[in-house]
Design a protein around this ligand. Structure first.
Ligand SMILES: [Zn+2]
Length: 365
């Protein structure tokens, strides 16, 4: 029987392997022109962190190359017990895809404003009277998910999916995006032609608090432009604290959000113009391209998922099997990990904001 220490070492070895796999996937993005493909994939799995979408992508591709799964892209992924809840069983011999799940700890303090005053509570330990309790992420651990094609059992209900005619914009998308522009405190102007907005399709003016979109385009291009401008509104306020960090890649971010929103509505996104990753991922001072790609991917994913959550349009699935009980326990390691509550490794997590519950269900984290 494995000792606690051996279990801990085994888990750390797995984490190292997982980090190496993730870095490899991101490096491929940096050197290739797969950014748009990664975003299209992330749009279909938008409930998970960008890092985890990459991990699922590369492991599913490997399984497909080895003939272990029938389709090049996964449809829905979930944990072992989550599939069981849906009346399905992981098939014998099917290895799960490793993703990063957070390990959280409870902390208590009687002076919450003082960062030094917080102490970690042991498992089951109650706070003292008057203490405030907060849950924080203290590390990551590997968790496993399986694609629907690696499971069998009861059929998966097919929710309605968007069906678009060529040149048609998704019903309700323009109105939904427009209302989010207005909720952010911006006036939306539809102008007759590009001559009125410096030759552009759209424009966001933070000083005048105005978003303008030119009218003389087809409905698909108009709605795409509005999504792009809404992304600017939400991400690129020049007065925001981190504005400088994103100045160089603002256009990449806005277009990437627009692409994810388009892809989530089944729109053709092949014409979206995003420059090669290698040309923008080196532009932020003092950061490695791999870091920039991960941080940008997560910012884009979070913004797009936030916008999509507020729309009442028909969207493609977000990667979570329909019908999954969202309140069910989310713990999904292969076997019980005795040291779960033990102090976690000190290496920082690769993502700036790894998802709260990688295998838990729920959109937008
Ligand atoms: Zn722009």
């Amino acid at each position: 029987m494995a000792t606690r220490e051996e279990a801990r070492q085994a888990r750390e070895a797995k984490l190292d392997e997982l980090h190496a796999r993730l870095t490899g996937a991101v490096e491929q993005l940096v050197t290739g022109d797969d950014w748009a493909a990664a975003l299209r994939f992330a749009a279909r799995f938008r409930s998970r962190s960008f890092n985890n979408t990459l991990l699922i992508w590369v492991q599913h591709a490997a399984a497909f190359a080895e003939g272990r799964v029938p389709e090049p892209f996964p449809t829905y992924v979930a944990g072992y017990k989550q599939w069981q809840q849906l009346g399905r069983q992981v098939e014998k011999g099917q290895g799960g895809y490793q993703i990063l799940a957070p390990v959280t700890g409870r902390f208590a303090s009687s002076h919450p404003a003082d960062p030094e005053s917080w102490r970690r509570l042991n498992r089951g330990e109650k706070p003292k009277p008057g203490e405030v309790v907060r849950t924080r992420m203290v590390g990551v651990r590997p968790a496993y998910v399986w694609d629907a094609s690696q499971t069998s059992g009861e059929s998966i209900p097919e929710p309605p999916s968007p069906k678009l005619l060529v040149g048609e914009a998704p019903a309700g998308l323009w109105e939904g995006l427009a209302s989010q522009v207005r909720s952010a405190g911006f006036e939306l102007l539809v102008v007759p032609h590009e001559g009125m907005i410096h030759g552009a399709n759209g424009m966001t003016d933070f000083e005048a608090k105005q978003v303008a979109v030119r009218e003389n385009m087809d409905p698909v291009a108009r709605v795409k432009t509005l999504a792009h401008e809404l992304a600017h509104v939400l991400m690129h306020d020049p007065d925001a604290e981190d504005a400088r960090a994103h100045r160089g890649i603002g256009e990449v971010e806005a277009e990437s959000v627009a692409l994810m929103i388009g892809a989530a509505h089944g729109m053709d996104t092949s014409e979206y113009t995003i420059p090669y990753v290698s040309s923008w991922a080196a532009r932020v001072d003092g950061k490695e391209p791999v870091e920039i790609v991960q941080a940008t991917g997560e910012r884009v994913r979070k913004t797009a998922a936030g916008i999509l959550d507020q729309l009442d349009t028909i969207q493609v699935g977000d990667g979570i099997p329909p019908g999954l009980d969202k309140d069910a326990p989310a713990r999904e390691t292969k076997r019980p990990a005795p040291a779960q509550d033990a102090p976690s490794r000190s290496t920082p997590a690769p993502a700036r904001e790894p998802e709260r519950a990688a295998v838990a269900v729920g959109r937008g984290l």
